[in-house]
Design a protein around this ligand. Structure first.
Ligand SMILES: Cc1cc2nc3c(=O)[nH]c(=O)nc-3n(C[C@H](O)[C@H](O)[C@H](O)COP(=O)(O)O)c2cc1C
Length: 156
């Protein structure tokens, strides 16, 4: 099975988890590039506001998800929503009949709401188990075990 791990990451946490997942299942990776500047305090505010308003954004990607059987998609949680770059990705790619898994990194709020919205954007996909990694689990190293069991469940 050909697997693509897709993620957007502003400060590296979601990227770290995406790369760990990809390593575990020998998948290709795609880091979504958000063309809107999101660094600094102004970028931080705009990011929260855009996410809350469920905005999309202009993105750059390189790979075609249609070339894969399974697509694993990761987002940071912003203002209890997916990042706009991930919303743009899901809105612009039909992942019909593909196996799709979601993962997120977050401090700890707005997670289930975000997954359920992501699911609505790919209504014809076969959604598997999701993975949540909290900021404190990244710091402590606990994320490694979490990623391992996520991969085990999804390989059964
Ligand atoms: C603008 C903004 C809003 C955020 N809102 C939430 C939130 O609602 N709930 C939460 O648990 N974490 C929230 N966070 C924390 C991020 O989800 C968390 O730090 C994440 O791991 C960052 O991922 P990244 O390093 O891949 O960008 C927010 C972070 C930012 C920048």
């Amino acid at each position: 099975m050909k697997i693509l791990v897709v993620f957007y990451s502003r400060t590296g946490s979601t990227k770290k988890i995406g790369e760990e997942i990809a390593k575990g299942v020998a998948a290709d990776t795609e880091e979504i590039v958000d063309l809107k500047k999101r660094s600094g305090i102004i970028g931080w505010f705009a990011s929260g506001k855009d996410a809350m308003q469920r905005k999309t954004t202009n993105i750059n990607i390189k790979k075609n998800p249609q070339d894969y059987d399974c697509v694993i998609i990761g987002t940071p949680i912003w203002a209890s929503n997916m990042a706009p770059a991930v919303r743009s990705y899901l809105k612009s790619h039909k992942l019909d009949n593909k196996k799709v898994n979601f993962f997120c990194t977050a401090r700890g709020s707005g997670i289930e709401k975000t997954f359920s919205e992501m699911k609505k954007l790919v209504p014809n996909s076969d959604i598997g188990k999701n993975l949540v990694v909290l900021s404190r689990e990244i710091k402590s190293g606990e994320y490694k075990e979490k990623v391992k069991s996520f991969l085990k469940i999804n390989n059964q």
